[in-house]
Design a protein around this ligand. Sequence first.
Ligand code: AMP
Ligand code: MN
Ligand code: MN
Ligand code: MN
Length: 291
Amino acid sequence: MIWPTFTSKHLMASIDLHSHSTVSDGSLTPTQLIRFAASKGIRVLALTDHDAVDGLPEARAAAREAGIEVVAGVEISATWKDRTIHIVGLRVDPEHPTLVEGLAAQRSGRVGRAERMAESLAKAGIPGGLEGAYEYATEQVIGRTHFARFLVNRGHAKDMRSVFKKFLVQGKPGYVPHQWTSVENAVAWIRASGGIAVLAHPGRYDLKTGNLNALLDLFVAAGGTAIEVVSGSHTPEMNGRFAYLAKERGLLASRGSDYHGPEQGAYLDLERLPQLPADCVPVWHDWGLAV
Ligand code: AMP
Ligand code: MN
Ligand code: MN
Ligand code: MN
């Protein structure tokens, strides 16, 4: 199969539609994140914290000062066939009650999950995980990244990459199964608030073709209209594969770094994000942006 090439009229697009702040598991505050993005030449940035929209007012104020634009976003965790799938919402109304209530329920689910994670770690001989993780969580969203920082800082793993391998993935102490909302609900909350639902980093779910098609069928039937073709957590091959798939299925294409902050390794560089191929329809095609 011949993948599309990555030269296009969008070649210079300085838009990044997936990023995290301290409101969830990023390590920069919304203000720091916006300033950093502006310094990297980003003109439009979506703030997409996990299960929370609380960083948006601060991000908007910082963006006005920095002369860039913020897209109101969110990244919702969903469960589908015992897997965790992330749905990004773009241009959401952060005050819409359906979205607000849905996200609040997700966050309270995270609290119980964190307690179970701490119990699991305690059984493996690492006490104090709950308090430890909360030291790294500045707002209401508690998650694996906060446990990861606690474990690295206590010397249980050498860095963020190895701590996940050793502790925070299926089959390891510290991992607990969790029931998030459904993909249908995540899409519905986003749509109710006027937003666009985007299947986040599809390359990360390790889905065989049959399952990927089934997930896309369900996502589209629920009202999802876009997929993240280019992601900071994709390989170049994945970017190509999902560009092809987006065209095949008539889905809009998104592009996001999934930036979490300077010390969170690997795939997190606003500058190194490839552009969308020319034959993809960018999710921002009708937003009236000059990017
Ligand atoms: P949670 O939503 O609490 O399950 O946490 C998921 C977050 O953990 C992701 O959004 C990433 O920020 C982080 N994460 C997951 N897997 C890894 C990994 N292998 N290495 C580094 N960070 C990871
Ligand atoms: Mn994260
Ligand atoms: Mn994600
Ligand atoms: Mn993300």
